[in-house]
Ligand binder design. Structure first.
Ligand SMILES: Cc1cc2nc3c(=O)[nH]c(=O)nc-3n(C[C@H](O)[C@H](O)[C@H](O)COP(=O)(O)OP(=O)(O)OC[C@H]3O[C@@H](n4cnc5c(N)ncnc54)[C@H](O)[C@@H]3O)c2cc1C
Ligand code: HEM
Length: 403
Protein backbone atom coordinates (compact mmCIF):
# COMPACT_ATOMS: atom_id res chain seq x y z
CA UNK A 1 0.00 0.00 0.00
CA UNK A 2 1.09 3.52 -0.73
CA UNK A 3 1.76 5.61 2.41
CA UNK A 4 -0.98 8.06 3.43
CA UNK A 5 1.31 11.03 2.75
CA UNK A 6 2.11 9.87 -0.81
CA UNK A 7 -1.48 9.14 -1.91
CA UNK A 8 -2.54 12.80 -2.48
CA UNK A 9 0.77 13.63 -4.16
CA UNK A 10 0.56 10.70 -6.60
CA UNK A 11 -3.12 11.43 -7.24
CA UNK A 12 -2.37 15.10 -7.98
CA UNK A 13 0.61 14.39 -10.25
CA UNK A 14 -0.78 11.28 -11.99
CA UNK A 15 -2.36 13.28 -14.86
CA UNK A 16 0.94 15.09 -15.57
CA UNK A 17 3.06 11.93 -15.23
CA UNK A 18 0.52 9.94 -17.26
CA UNK A 19 0.47 12.51 -20.06
CA UNK A 20 4.29 12.47 -20.24
CA UNK A 21 4.84 8.71 -19.88
CA UNK A 22 5.68 8.37 -23.58
CA UNK A 23 8.51 10.90 -23.25
CA UNK A 24 9.55 9.52 -19.84
CA UNK A 25 9.86 5.92 -21.01
CA UNK A 26 11.69 6.96 -24.18
CA UNK A 27 14.26 8.92 -22.17
CA UNK A 28 14.46 6.13 -19.60
CA UNK A 29 15.43 3.49 -22.16
CA UNK A 30 17.84 5.87 -23.94
CA UNK A 31 19.70 6.60 -20.71
CA UNK A 32 19.58 2.94 -19.57
CA UNK A 33 21.11 1.64 -22.80
CA UNK A 34 23.70 4.45 -23.01
CA UNK A 35 25.00 3.36 -19.62
CA UNK A 36 24.47 -0.40 -20.13
CA UNK A 37 24.63 -1.21 -23.88
CA UNK A 38 24.82 -4.94 -23.13
CA UNK A 39 21.24 -4.82 -21.86
CA UNK A 40 19.98 -3.81 -25.31
CA UNK A 41 22.24 -6.33 -27.02
CA UNK A 42 21.62 -9.36 -24.86
CA UNK A 43 18.45 -8.91 -22.80
CA UNK A 44 15.91 -6.48 -24.27
CA UNK A 45 14.21 -7.18 -27.60
CA UNK A 46 15.72 -4.55 -29.89
CA UNK A 47 12.83 -4.71 -32.40
CA UNK A 48 10.41 -3.79 -29.61
CA UNK A 49 12.71 -0.88 -28.76
CA UNK A 50 12.87 0.24 -32.41
CA UNK A 51 9.12 0.07 -32.97
CA UNK A 52 8.25 1.60 -29.57
CA UNK A 53 6.01 -1.21 -28.29
CA UNK A 54 8.05 -1.97 -25.16
CA UNK A 55 7.97 1.73 -24.16
CA UNK A 56 4.21 1.68 -24.54
CA UNK A 57 3.85 -1.51 -22.47
CA UNK A 58 6.01 -0.09 -19.65
CA UNK A 59 4.08 3.20 -19.65
CA UNK A 60 0.76 1.30 -19.57
CA UNK A 61 1.93 -0.83 -16.64
CA UNK A 62 3.15 2.12 -14.56
CA UNK A 63 -0.04 4.11 -15.22
CA UNK A 64 -2.29 1.12 -14.45
CA UNK A 65 -0.44 0.31 -11.24
CA UNK A 66 -0.43 3.91 -9.96
CA UNK A 67 -4.12 4.29 -10.83
CA UNK A 68 -5.05 1.23 -8.78
CA UNK A 69 -2.98 2.52 -5.84
CA UNK A 70 -4.73 5.88 -5.65
CA UNK A 71 -8.20 5.23 -7.11
CA UNK A 72 -8.98 1.66 -6.03
CA UNK A 73 -6.96 1.11 -2.84
CA UNK A 74 -9.05 -1.94 -1.91
CA UNK A 75 -7.75 -3.84 -4.96
CA UNK A 76 -4.51 -5.78 -5.03
CA UNK A 77 -2.38 -3.76 -7.45
CA UNK A 78 0.07 -6.62 -7.96
CA UNK A 79 -2.66 -8.60 -9.76
CA UNK A 80 -1.79 -6.70 -12.94
CA UNK A 81 1.90 -7.63 -12.60
CA UNK A 82 1.53 -11.39 -13.10
CA UNK A 83 2.20 -11.39 -16.81
CA UNK A 84 5.24 -9.12 -16.41
CA UNK A 85 6.72 -11.33 -13.68
CA UNK A 86 6.41 -14.41 -15.90
CA UNK A 87 8.04 -12.56 -18.81
CA UNK A 88 10.85 -11.27 -16.56
CA UNK A 89 11.45 -14.75 -15.15
CA UNK A 90 11.69 -16.24 -18.63
CA UNK A 91 14.39 -13.65 -19.35
CA UNK A 92 16.34 -14.21 -16.13
CA UNK A 93 15.76 -10.71 -14.68
CA UNK A 94 17.37 -10.41 -11.22
CA UNK A 95 16.55 -8.35 -8.11
CA UNK A 96 19.73 -6.23 -8.34
CA UNK A 97 18.72 -4.98 -11.80
CA UNK A 98 15.74 -3.15 -10.26
CA UNK A 99 18.08 -0.64 -8.62
CA UNK A 100 19.58 0.49 -11.91
CA UNK A 101 16.19 0.51 -13.68
CA UNK A 102 14.66 2.51 -10.79
CA UNK A 103 17.46 5.08 -10.89
CA UNK A 104 16.99 5.70 -14.62
CA UNK A 105 13.18 5.67 -14.47
CA UNK A 106 12.91 8.17 -11.60
CA UNK A 107 15.71 10.21 -13.23
CA UNK A 108 13.69 10.34 -16.46
CA UNK A 109 10.55 11.47 -14.56
CA UNK A 110 12.55 14.33 -12.98
CA UNK A 111 14.18 15.34 -16.27
CA UNK A 112 10.94 15.36 -18.29
CA UNK A 113 8.74 17.07 -15.69
CA UNK A 114 11.42 19.52 -14.51
CA UNK A 115 10.47 21.88 -11.68
CA UNK A 116 7.15 20.13 -11.08
CA UNK A 117 9.16 17.33 -9.43
CA UNK A 118 9.70 18.66 -5.91
CA UNK A 119 11.52 16.40 -3.41
CA UNK A 120 8.09 15.32 -2.07
CA UNK A 121 6.86 14.40 -5.56
CA UNK A 122 10.09 12.51 -6.29
CA UNK A 123 9.79 10.58 -3.00
CA UNK A 124 6.14 9.66 -3.66
CA UNK A 125 6.90 8.29 -7.15
CA UNK A 126 9.97 6.50 -5.83
CA UNK A 127 7.60 4.75 -3.42
CA UNK A 128 5.31 3.76 -6.33
CA UNK A 129 8.32 2.36 -8.20
CA UNK A 130 9.51 0.28 -5.25
CA UNK A 131 6.02 -1.07 -4.55
CA UNK A 132 5.99 -2.35 -8.13
CA UNK A 133 9.59 -3.52 -8.02
CA UNK A 134 9.23 -5.37 -4.72
CA UNK A 135 6.03 -7.07 -5.87
CA UNK A 136 7.79 -8.15 -9.09
CA UNK A 137 10.96 -9.27 -7.27
CA UNK A 138 8.87 -11.40 -4.89
CA UNK A 139 6.78 -12.91 -7.71
CA UNK A 140 9.89 -13.67 -9.76
CA UNK A 141 11.60 -15.30 -6.76
CA UNK A 142 8.56 -17.60 -6.45
CA UNK A 143 8.70 -18.42 -10.16
CA UNK A 144 12.43 -19.21 -10.02
CA UNK A 145 11.85 -21.43 -6.99
CA UNK A 146 8.98 -23.19 -8.79
CA UNK A 147 11.24 -23.82 -11.78
CA UNK A 148 13.98 -25.05 -9.41
CA UNK A 149 16.58 -22.59 -10.67
CA UNK A 150 18.67 -20.01 -8.80
CA UNK A 151 17.45 -16.44 -9.34
CA UNK A 152 18.00 -15.47 -12.97
CA UNK A 153 19.84 -18.71 -13.87
CA UNK A 154 17.36 -19.72 -16.55
CA UNK A 155 19.46 -20.79 -19.50
CA UNK A 156 20.00 -24.44 -20.35
CA UNK A 157 20.75 -26.20 -23.61
CA UNK A 158 18.14 -28.26 -25.39
CA UNK A 159 18.90 -30.35 -28.46
CA UNK A 160 16.74 -30.08 -31.56
CA UNK A 161 15.44 -33.63 -32.10
CA UNK A 162 13.17 -32.92 -35.09
CA UNK A 163 12.26 -30.08 -37.40
CA UNK A 164 9.02 -30.10 -39.42
CA UNK A 165 7.68 -27.50 -41.85
CA UNK A 166 4.14 -26.90 -40.56
CA UNK A 167 2.93 -24.34 -43.13
CA UNK A 168 4.35 -22.10 -45.82
CA UNK A 169 6.01 -19.94 -43.16
CA UNK A 170 6.13 -21.90 -39.89
CA UNK A 171 8.43 -24.70 -38.73
CA UNK A 172 8.22 -26.73 -35.54
CA UNK A 173 11.21 -27.82 -33.49
CA UNK A 174 11.01 -30.75 -31.09
CA UNK A 175 13.44 -30.16 -28.21
CA UNK A 176 14.95 -32.77 -25.91
CA UNK A 177 17.31 -32.63 -22.99
CA UNK A 178 20.86 -33.59 -23.98
CA UNK A 179 21.18 -35.70 -20.78
CA UNK A 180 18.36 -37.98 -21.97
CA UNK A 181 16.02 -37.11 -19.07
CA UNK A 182 12.40 -36.19 -19.90
CA UNK A 183 11.77 -32.51 -20.60
CA UNK A 184 10.43 -30.64 -17.57
CA UNK A 185 6.68 -30.50 -16.91
CA UNK A 186 4.79 -27.34 -17.84
CA UNK A 187 1.23 -26.10 -18.00
CA UNK A 188 -0.43 -25.99 -21.43
CA UNK A 189 -0.49 -22.37 -22.60
CA UNK A 190 3.02 -21.61 -21.28
CA UNK A 191 6.02 -20.47 -23.30
CA UNK A 192 9.80 -20.65 -23.18
CA UNK A 193 12.36 -17.99 -24.02
CA UNK A 194 14.94 -18.87 -26.67
CA UNK A 195 18.23 -17.01 -26.94
CA UNK A 196 20.22 -17.04 -30.19
CA UNK A 197 23.54 -15.46 -31.12
CA UNK A 198 23.05 -13.30 -34.21
CA UNK A 199 25.73 -12.44 -36.82
CA UNK A 200 26.60 -9.13 -35.06
CA UNK A 201 27.28 -10.99 -31.80
CA UNK A 202 24.06 -9.86 -30.05
CA UNK A 203 22.33 -12.62 -28.07
CA UNK A 204 18.69 -11.77 -28.68
CA UNK A 205 15.85 -13.46 -26.80
CA UNK A 206 12.32 -14.26 -27.99
CA UNK A 207 9.44 -16.22 -26.47
CA UNK A 208 7.83 -19.26 -28.10
CA UNK A 209 4.74 -21.03 -26.77
CA UNK A 210 5.01 -24.77 -26.27
CA UNK A 211 2.79 -26.20 -28.99
CA UNK A 212 2.21 -29.77 -27.79
CA UNK A 213 0.84 -31.20 -24.54
CA UNK A 214 3.05 -31.63 -21.48
CA UNK A 215 3.89 -35.06 -20.14
CA UNK A 216 5.91 -36.20 -23.15
CA UNK A 217 9.64 -36.81 -23.24
CA UNK A 218 10.13 -33.64 -25.28
CA UNK A 219 8.98 -30.05 -25.75
CA UNK A 220 7.90 -28.59 -29.08
CA UNK A 221 7.86 -24.98 -30.28
CA UNK A 222 6.53 -23.71 -33.60
CA UNK A 223 8.11 -20.61 -35.12
CA UNK A 224 6.62 -18.44 -37.82
CA UNK A 225 9.20 -16.79 -40.02
CA UNK A 226 8.61 -13.05 -39.65
CA UNK A 227 9.04 -11.72 -43.17
CA UNK A 228 9.04 -8.08 -44.15
CA UNK A 229 5.44 -7.52 -45.27
CA UNK A 230 6.06 -4.32 -47.22
CA UNK A 231 9.79 -4.57 -47.92
CA UNK A 232 10.39 -1.49 -45.75
CA UNK A 233 10.52 -3.11 -42.32
CA UNK A 234 13.41 -5.47 -41.54
CA UNK A 235 12.86 -9.24 -41.46
CA UNK A 236 12.41 -10.73 -38.00
CA UNK A 237 15.86 -11.36 -36.54
CA UNK A 238 15.41 -14.47 -34.42
CA UNK A 239 12.71 -16.27 -36.41
CA UNK A 240 14.69 -15.78 -39.64
CA UNK A 241 17.81 -17.07 -37.91
CA UNK A 242 15.99 -20.14 -36.59
CA UNK A 243 14.47 -20.94 -39.98
CA UNK A 244 17.86 -20.56 -41.67
CA UNK A 245 20.08 -22.35 -39.14
CA UNK A 246 18.21 -24.50 -36.62
CA UNK A 247 18.48 -28.17 -37.61
CA UNK A 248 18.22 -31.54 -35.80
CA UNK A 249 21.31 -32.14 -33.66
CA UNK A 250 21.87 -28.41 -32.95
CA UNK A 251 21.69 -27.05 -29.41
CA UNK A 252 19.44 -24.11 -28.49
CA UNK A 253 19.60 -21.99 -25.33
CA UNK A 254 16.15 -22.25 -23.78
CA UNK A 255 14.55 -21.11 -20.48
CA UNK A 256 12.16 -23.14 -18.32
CA UNK A 257 8.47 -22.71 -19.18
CA UNK A 258 6.66 -19.66 -17.79
CA UNK A 259 3.39 -17.87 -18.51
CA UNK A 260 0.09 -17.34 -16.75
CA UNK A 261 -2.33 -18.38 -19.51
CA UNK A 262 -3.65 -21.57 -17.93
CA UNK A 263 -6.83 -23.62 -18.17
CA UNK A 264 -9.44 -23.29 -15.39
CA UNK A 265 -9.60 -26.01 -12.75
CA UNK A 266 -13.33 -26.54 -13.34
CA UNK A 267 -15.18 -28.39 -16.10
CA UNK A 268 -16.63 -25.32 -17.89
CA UNK A 269 -17.06 -25.34 -21.66
CA UNK A 270 -14.09 -23.85 -23.48
CA UNK A 271 -13.54 -21.66 -26.50
CA UNK A 272 -10.04 -21.78 -27.99
CA UNK A 273 -9.84 -18.97 -30.56
CA UNK A 274 -6.63 -18.30 -32.47
CA UNK A 275 -5.42 -16.54 -35.57
CA UNK A 276 -2.21 -17.20 -37.49
CA UNK A 277 0.68 -18.44 -35.39
CA UNK A 278 -1.44 -17.72 -32.28
CA UNK A 279 -2.55 -21.33 -32.66
CA UNK A 280 0.47 -22.60 -30.67
CA UNK A 281 -0.56 -22.24 -26.98
CA UNK A 282 -4.13 -23.28 -27.76
CA UNK A 283 -2.92 -26.36 -29.64
CA UNK A 284 -1.07 -27.43 -26.52
CA UNK A 285 -4.29 -26.99 -24.53
CA UNK A 286 -6.30 -28.96 -27.08
CA UNK A 287 -3.74 -31.76 -27.03
CA UNK A 288 -3.75 -31.78 -23.22
CA UNK A 289 -7.57 -31.85 -23.03
CA UNK A 290 -7.59 -34.94 -25.22
CA UNK A 291 -5.24 -36.57 -22.65
CA UNK A 292 -7.00 -35.55 -19.43
CA UNK A 293 -10.57 -34.40 -20.12
CA UNK A 294 -11.86 -35.86 -23.39
CA UNK A 295 -15.51 -35.21 -22.52
CA UNK A 296 -15.04 -31.47 -22.21
CA UNK A 297 -17.14 -29.30 -24.50
CA UNK A 298 -14.62 -27.39 -26.63
CA UNK A 299 -15.21 -24.94 -29.47
CA UNK A 300 -12.15 -24.37 -31.61
CA UNK A 301 -11.98 -21.23 -33.74
CA UNK A 302 -9.06 -20.45 -36.02
CA UNK A 303 -8.57 -17.70 -38.59
CA UNK A 304 -5.77 -17.60 -41.15
CA UNK A 305 -4.80 -16.19 -44.52
CA UNK A 306 -5.29 -19.55 -46.27
CA UNK A 307 -5.14 -23.27 -45.52
CA UNK A 308 -1.49 -23.24 -46.65
CA UNK A 309 -0.68 -20.64 -43.97
CA UNK A 310 -2.53 -22.54 -41.22
CA UNK A 311 0.20 -24.19 -39.14
CA UNK A 312 -0.71 -27.62 -37.70
CA UNK A 313 -4.00 -27.64 -39.67
CA UNK A 314 -4.35 -31.42 -39.92
CA UNK A 315 -3.06 -31.97 -36.39
CA UNK A 316 -5.55 -29.49 -34.95
CA UNK A 317 -8.45 -31.34 -36.63
CA UNK A 318 -7.10 -34.70 -35.37
CA UNK A 319 -6.73 -33.42 -31.81
CA UNK A 320 -10.26 -31.98 -31.85
CA UNK A 321 -11.56 -35.32 -33.14
CA UNK A 322 -10.33 -36.95 -29.89
CA UNK A 323 -12.93 -34.80 -28.07
CA UNK A 324 -16.44 -36.01 -29.04
CA UNK A 325 -18.04 -32.75 -27.78
CA UNK A 326 -15.84 -30.43 -29.80
CA UNK A 327 -16.53 -28.41 -32.93
CA UNK A 328 -14.02 -26.66 -35.19
CA UNK A 329 -14.72 -23.41 -37.06
CA UNK A 330 -12.15 -22.14 -39.53
CA UNK A 331 -12.08 -18.85 -41.39
CA UNK A 332 -9.69 -18.24 -44.28
CA UNK A 333 -9.21 -15.05 -46.24
CA UNK A 334 -8.80 -17.26 -49.32
CA UNK A 335 -8.96 -20.95 -50.25
CA UNK A 336 -11.79 -21.92 -47.88
CA UNK A 337 -13.52 -24.06 -50.50
CA UNK A 338 -10.53 -26.41 -50.88
CA UNK A 339 -10.65 -27.89 -47.36
CA UNK A 340 -13.02 -29.06 -44.64
CA UNK A 341 -13.99 -32.35 -43.06
CA UNK A 342 -16.28 -34.02 -40.59
CA UNK A 343 -17.16 -31.59 -37.75
CA UNK A 344 -14.92 -28.93 -39.27
CA UNK A 345 -16.79 -25.90 -40.63
CA UNK A 346 -14.81 -23.75 -43.03
CA UNK A 347 -15.85 -20.26 -44.10
CA UNK A 348 -14.29 -17.48 -46.11
CA UNK A 349 -13.63 -14.08 -44.50
CA UNK A 350 -12.90 -12.87 -40.99
CA UNK A 351 -13.69 -14.88 -37.87
CA UNK A 352 -17.08 -14.09 -36.38
CA UNK A 353 -18.16 -15.68 -33.11
CA UNK A 354 -21.65 -14.17 -33.11
CA UNK A 355 -23.28 -17.22 -34.73
CA UNK A 356 -21.50 -19.92 -32.69
CA UNK A 357 -23.35 -22.10 -30.21
CA UNK A 358 -21.53 -21.03 -27.01
CA UNK A 359 -22.93 -21.67 -23.50
CA UNK A 360 -22.97 -18.61 -21.20
CA UNK A 361 -20.49 -20.26 -18.78
CA UNK A 362 -17.83 -20.65 -21.49
CA UNK A 363 -14.24 -19.79 -20.58
CA UNK A 364 -12.47 -18.31 -23.60
CA UNK A 365 -8.79 -18.33 -24.60
CA UNK A 366 -7.66 -15.96 -27.33
CA UNK A 367 -4.33 -15.76 -29.11
CA UNK A 368 -3.53 -13.85 -32.27
CA UNK A 369 -2.99 -10.31 -33.54
CA UNK A 370 -4.61 -7.57 -31.40
CA UNK A 371 -7.34 -6.64 -33.95
CA UNK A 372 -8.44 -10.30 -34.06
CA UNK A 373 -8.52 -10.58 -30.27
CA UNK A 374 -10.34 -7.27 -29.85
CA UNK A 375 -13.00 -8.36 -32.35
CA UNK A 376 -13.49 -11.80 -30.77
CA UNK A 377 -13.50 -10.41 -27.22
CA UNK A 378 -16.06 -7.76 -28.24
CA UNK A 379 -18.26 -10.46 -29.81
CA UNK A 380 -18.04 -12.61 -26.65
CA UNK A 381 -18.85 -9.75 -24.27
CA UNK A 382 -21.81 -8.80 -26.50
CA UNK A 383 -23.05 -12.36 -26.02
CA UNK A 384 -22.95 -12.03 -22.25
CA UNK A 385 -19.60 -13.62 -21.34
CA UNK A 386 -17.99 -11.83 -18.41
CA UNK A 387 -14.66 -10.07 -19.05
CA UNK A 388 -13.08 -12.30 -16.38
CA UNK A 389 -13.93 -15.38 -18.50
CA UNK A 390 -11.93 -14.12 -21.48
CA UNK A 391 -8.19 -14.84 -21.27
CA UNK A 392 -5.61 -13.94 -23.85
CA UNK A 393 -1.95 -14.14 -24.85
CA UNK A 394 -0.21 -11.40 -26.82
CA UNK A 395 2.82 -12.37 -28.89
CA UNK A 396 4.66 -9.16 -27.99
CA UNK A 397 4.62 -6.48 -25.31
CA UNK A 398 1.13 -6.39 -23.84
CA UNK A 399 -0.48 -3.17 -25.05
CA UNK A 400 -3.82 -4.23 -23.56
CA UNK A 401 -2.67 -3.96 -19.96
CA UNK A 402 -4.77 -1.57 -17.94
CA UNK A 403 -7.04 -0.71 -20.87
C1 LIG B 1 4.39 -15.08 -24.80
C2 LIG B 1 4.79 -15.14 -26.25
C3 LIG B 1 4.63 -16.31 -26.96
C4 LIG B 1 4.99 -16.36 -28.30
N1 LIG B 1 4.82 -17.53 -28.99
C5 LIG B 1 5.18 -17.60 -30.29
C6 LIG B 1 5.02 -18.81 -31.02
O1 LIG B 1 4.56 -19.81 -30.51
N2 LIG B 1 5.41 -18.81 -32.32
C7 LIG B 1 5.93 -17.70 -32.94
O2 LIG B 1 6.28 -17.78 -34.12
N3 LIG B 1 6.08 -16.55 -32.27
C8 LIG B 1 5.74 -16.47 -30.96
N4 LIG B 1 5.91 -15.30 -30.27
C9 LIG B 1 6.54 -14.15 -30.97
C10 LIG B 1 8.07 -14.29 -30.91
O3 LIG B 1 8.51 -14.16 -29.57
C11 LIG B 1 8.79 -13.22 -31.74
O4 LIG B 1 8.27 -11.95 -31.41
C12 LIG B 1 8.65 -13.47 -33.23
O5 LIG B 1 9.23 -14.73 -33.57
C13 LIG B 1 9.35 -12.36 -34.04
O6 LIG B 1 10.68 -12.31 -33.61
P1 LIG B 1 11.83 -11.95 -34.65
O7 LIG B 1 13.12 -11.81 -33.88
O8 LIG B 1 11.83 -12.86 -35.80
O9 LIG B 1 11.38 -10.54 -35.18
P2 LIG B 1 11.90 -9.14 -34.62
O10 LIG B 1 13.27 -8.89 -35.10
O11 LIG B 1 11.63 -9.12 -33.18
O12 LIG B 1 10.91 -8.16 -35.38
C14 LIG B 1 9.52 -8.14 -35.03
C15 LIG B 1 8.82 -7.14 -35.92
O13 LIG B 1 9.33 -5.83 -35.65
C16 LIG B 1 9.66 -5.20 -36.86
N5 LIG B 1 10.81 -4.27 -36.68
C17 LIG B 1 12.08 -4.60 -36.36
N6 LIG B 1 12.83 -3.49 -36.35
C18 LIG B 1 12.02 -2.47 -36.68
C19 LIG B 1 12.21 -1.09 -36.85
N7 LIG B 1 13.40 -0.54 -36.70
N8 LIG B 1 11.14 -0.32 -37.20
C20 LIG B 1 9.91 -0.89 -37.38
N9 LIG B 1 9.67 -2.20 -37.24
C21 LIG B 1 10.71 -2.97 -36.89
C22 LIG B 1 10.06 -6.34 -37.79
O14 LIG B 1 9.93 -5.96 -39.15
C23 LIG B 1 9.07 -7.41 -37.41
O15 LIG B 1 7.86 -7.24 -38.10
C24 LIG B 1 5.55 -15.22 -28.93
C25 LIG B 1 5.73 -14.04 -28.20
C26 LIG B 1 5.36 -13.99 -26.88
C27 LIG B 1 5.58 -12.72 -26.10
C1 HEM C 1 9.15 -1.91 -11.55
C2 HEM C 1 9.98 -2.19 -12.54
C3 HEM C 1 9.58 -2.77 -13.86
C4 HEM C 1 8.39 -2.68 -14.53
C5 HEM C 1 7.12 -1.97 -14.12
C6 HEM C 1 8.55 -3.42 -15.77
C7 HEM C 1 7.56 -3.56 -16.70
C8 HEM C 1 7.66 -4.34 -17.84
C9 HEM C 1 6.59 -4.56 -18.79
C10 HEM C 1 5.20 -3.95 -18.72
C11 HEM C 1 7.05 -5.40 -19.73
C12 HEM C 1 6.27 -5.96 -20.94
C13 HEM C 1 5.69 -7.29 -20.51
C14 HEM C 1 4.79 -7.93 -21.54
O1 HEM C 1 3.82 -7.33 -21.94
O2 HEM C 1 5.07 -9.04 -21.94
C15 HEM C 1 8.42 -5.72 -19.39
C16 HEM C 1 9.25 -6.51 -20.15
C17 HEM C 1 10.60 -6.58 -19.95
N1 HEM C 1 11.31 -6.12 -18.86
FE1 HEM C 1 10.56 -5.08 -17.32
N2 HEM C 1 9.81 -3.93 -15.82
C18 HEM C 1 10.47 -3.56 -14.69
C19 HEM C 1 11.76 -3.88 -14.35
C20 HEM C 1 12.66 -4.52 -15.18
C21 HEM C 1 14.04 -4.79 -14.87
C22 HEM C 1 14.73 -4.47 -13.55
C23 HEM C 1 14.59 -5.40 -15.96
C24 HEM C 1 16.01 -5.85 -16.14
C25 HEM C 1 16.94 -5.03 -16.56
C26 HEM C 1 13.54 -5.53 -16.94
C27 HEM C 1 13.67 -6.12 -18.18
C28 HEM C 1 12.63 -6.40 -19.05
C29 HEM C 1 12.80 -7.05 -20.32
C30 HEM C 1 14.13 -7.51 -20.93
C31 HEM C 1 11.53 -7.17 -20.90
C32 HEM C 1 11.16 -7.77 -22.27
C33 HEM C 1 11.32 -6.66 -23.26
C34 HEM C 1 10.84 -7.01 -24.64
O3 HEM C 1 10.50 -8.16 -24.90
O4 HEM C 1 10.80 -6.09 -25.46
N3 HEM C 1 12.39 -5.00 -16.45
N4 HEM C 1 8.76 -5.07 -18.24
Amino acid sequence: MLSASSVPIVRATLPAVGASLGAITELFYRRLFEEHPALLHNLFNRANQANGTQREALAGAVAAFATVLVERPGERPDAILGRIAHKHASLGVTADQYTVVGRHLTGAVAEVLGDAVTPEVAAAWDEVYWLMANALIAAEARLYAGAQVDDGQVWREMEIAERTEESVDAASFVLRRPDGLPAEPFTPGQYVSVQVELPDGARQIRQYSLSAAPGRQTWRITVKRERSADGRRPEGEVSTWLHAHARPGHLLRVSPAFGDLVLPQDDSPLLLASAGIGVTPLLSMLDHLGDVSPHRRVTVVHADRSPAHHAHRAEQAELAARLPHSTVHLWYEAGARDVGGPRVQVREGRADVSGLDLPRDTTAYLCGPLPFMRAVRGGLLARGLSPAAVHYEVFGPDLWLGK
